[in-house]
Design a protein around this ligand. Sequence first.
Ligand code: FES
Length: 79
Amino acid sequence: MIVKVRFIPNEIIVEAKPGELILDVAQRAGVFIPTGCLMGSCHACEVELENGSPVCSCVNVIPAGSDHLKIYIYSDPIW
Ligand code: FES
C-alpha cells in the first residue's frame, strides 16, 4: 500500500510506505525537520499528525491503515 503524505504548511505531497520513518519521508520530499538526538528523547523533530497527536519524526513511522496522512510541521524558531 502507498500512503500519500502531505506536509503542512509546505503543501508538499510525497508517496510513502507504511513503516517508513516520518523523518526519512520528509527528507526525501525535501521538507526540513530539525533534529537533535535522533533517539526520540529531545523532541526537536516533533511533528503533529492529523489526529492532533505530536510524534517524534525520528522514531515514528508512517502508520498503516490509511492511504493518506497529513503531517503538520511546526515552525518553531527556537529550533
Ligand atoms: S531528534 Fe531528538 S527526538 Fe527526534
